[in-house]
Ligand binder design. Structure first.
Ligand code: DGL
Length: 260
């Protein structure tokens, strides 16, 4: 099999997509990656759709300029608001991430699930179309995670605790047994979330599904790499120290960080 060393391009409104990067590089250790942390434009979730499209287009353009063979939109807000636009404007395959409504609804025993996501994601047509399919059989409690992304970007995760109690408690009181983290930043809050919700409540995110989809796409297009060990470049337009702290949290290796 030929090896394609061009990197997988990944972008997010900052450090959140690192949770997706981790899943991708765990499943695909031979792949090189280039990650754009667009923290200067965070949060995307409160912006109008046209602006999210424009920002996403700029990020994808940059990644294509850096030689990306595929683009992973590691942001639910950008995916649900801009993925069609990106697919119309770029030749490379584009993989997105959406809240895991389907697996959460299908596996719920109480018939009640909670979804925590940004305003932009919950208001999007893509999200509405998916949730509509399950609303007959499942009670879906949607909650905007206002303020969570800026707190995570600041690096002070503990500051999110009171907001998480406010957002998640009503889901638990109404009987939710599955809680969907519909924003790629939120998995960094899982240790705190686990202290708030009962142990039997499942916390579901889409990271592994995105990694699997990326792997299948690279293989079916025959553009996978078979290098010994992938190299990883992180580009940020904000604080390099905070980005580095999040990379340490996921035990990242073989990486460099640069400003863009
Ligand atoms: N990580 C982005 C997401 O998955 C955060 C969006 C934002 O910047 O508000 O939705």
């Amino acid at each position: 099999m030929l090896s394609d060393p061009r990197p997988i391009g990944i972008f997010d409104s900052g450090v959140g997509g690192i949770t997706i990067w981790k899943e991708i590089t765990s499943l695909l250790p031979s792949e090189n990656t280039v990650y754009l942390a667009d923290s200067a434009n965070a949060p995307y979730g409160v912006k109008p759709q046209d602006e999210i499209k424009e920002i996403s287009q700029n990020n994808a353009q940059k990644l294509v300029g850096l030689g990306a063979k595929i683009i992973v939109v590691a942001c639910n807000t950008a995916t649900t608001n801009a993925i069609d636009h990106l697919r119309q404007n770029f030749q490379v395959p584009i993989i997105g991430i959406e809240p895991a409504t389907k697996p959460a609804a299908i596996s719920s025993k109480t018939g009640v699930i909670g979804i925590l996501a940004t305003k932009g994601t919950l208001a999007s047509e893509l999200f509405l179309n998916t949730s509509q399919k399950y609303k007959g059989s499942t009670t879906i409690i949607e909650r905007i995670g206002s303020g969570l992304v800026p707190i995570i970007e600041s690096g002070d995760l503990e500051a999110a605790r009171p907001l998480l109690v406010e957002y998640l408690q009503p889901m638990i009181e109404q009987g939710a047994d599955n809680i969907v983290l519909g924003c790629s930043h939120y998995p960094f809050l899982i240790p705190i979330i686990k202290e708030i919700v009962p142990a039997e409540v499942n916390i579901i995110d889409s990271g592994y599904a995105v990694a699997r989809h990326t792997k299948n796409t690279l293989e079916s297009l025959e553009i996978a790499s078979n290098a010994e060990q992938g190299q990883h470049q992180f580009l940020t337009n904000a604080n390099e120290t905070i980005l580095n702290a999040f990379l340490k949290k996921v035990q990242a290796e073989s990486y460099s960080i640069k400003a863009f």
